[in-house]
Design a protein around this ligand. Structure first.
Ligand code: NAD
Length: 261
């Protein structure tokens, strides 16, 4: 099958939630493409069982350069601060609003403070991440790109994750609304919508694999495997690249076909 290489040399990429899982794979992929990558995460150490160095150090071992800025995406001022920090490297060209939080609870079980917290991280992180990056891109006259991490949950309800699903529905519409508002500035905004990806998010990788093997899913995955963080990273780099120059406001599923039926 064909292969593709991207060139982001000379560009600065911010990845929120870049310490682990999908964000780490995205950071490493941009590093491999020559970018300066700022990991904006609340914690520097990876959660992944097979990752032994912080993402910024791992990116330094690629063609790119890695940095870490401690960032809580539920705080809009922290997102503005990391965008400001990117000025040291020429300013943000690509913003990946990826950090996320999960809550498994029904309509009646979800505490008001947990509802607010998950919205502040997932929807607020995408909203204020888009705003901080876009304001800076407009000031600098840069037609940058933004990629948000949505989910199959942006469009499909799943049992006992009503608040999570609501936040990811929000990410879909934040992506579309921002794409509409920012098109005049040449700034494209898209989202990836991962399905079941092998990360320590919500449940462990082992539990997710067992659920797929047992057919214990709301619907089977047509490609019959969990996705990998690299599967998602490939889509993020495509959407951020010139190859997707006429794509904006798109929700790009990376789910092994889960949402087909
Ligand atoms: P993960 O837990 O491996 O990584 C999430 C990262 O976000 C962690 O490094 C964590 O420290 C960071 N983070 C959490 N709260 C933060 C905050 N307030 N500020 C900054 N950083 C914070 O999970 P993942 O699977 O890589 O998830 C990444 C994104 O992908 C999330 O938005 C998630 O909703 C989405 N997603 C994941 C799956 C999946 O199956 N894993 C499916 C669909 C969507």
């Amino acid at each position: 099958m064909g292969s593709v290489t991207y060139d982001f040399a000379g560009e600065t990429v911010i990845v929120t939630g870049g310490s682990s899982g999908i964000g780490r794979a995205v950071a490493l992929a941009f590093g491999g493409a020559g970018a300066t990558v700022i990991n904006a995460d609340v914690r520097r150490d990876p959660k992944d069982v097979d990752a032994d160095t912080p993402t910024d150090e791992a990116v330094d071992a690629t063609a790119g350069r890695g940095e870490y800025v401690e960032t809580d995406v539920s705080d809009p001022a922290a997102l503005s601060a990391v965008v400001e920090a990117a000025h040291e490297f020429g300013g943000v060209d690509v913003m990946v609003n990826n950090a996320g939080w999960y809550n498994q609870a029904s309509l009646f079980e979800t505490a008001p403070e947990e509802f607010e917290r998950i919205h502040a991280i997932n929807a607020g992180g995408a909203f204020f991440g888009c705003r901080a990056a876009a304001a800076d891109m407009i000031d600098r006259g840069v037609a940058g790109t933004i990629v948000n991490t949505a989910s199959i949950s942006s469009s499909h309800a799943q049992r006992d994750q009503i608040s999570y699903d609501a936040t990811k529905g929000g990410v879909k519409m934040i992506t579309r609304g921002a794409a509409l508002e920012l098109a005049d500035h040449g700034i494209r905004v898209n989202a990836v919508a991962p399905g079941q990806i092998a990360t320590e998010f919500g449940t462990s990788v082992a539990e997710k694999e067992a659920a797929v093997d047992a057919g214990d899913m709301a619907k089977p995955i047509p490609l019959d495997r969990l996705g990998t963080p690299d599967d998602v990273a490939g889509a993020v780099l495509f959407l951020a690249s010139d190859a997707a120059g006429y794509v904006t406001g798109e929700l790009f599923y990376v789910d092994g076909g889960w949402q087909i039926y």
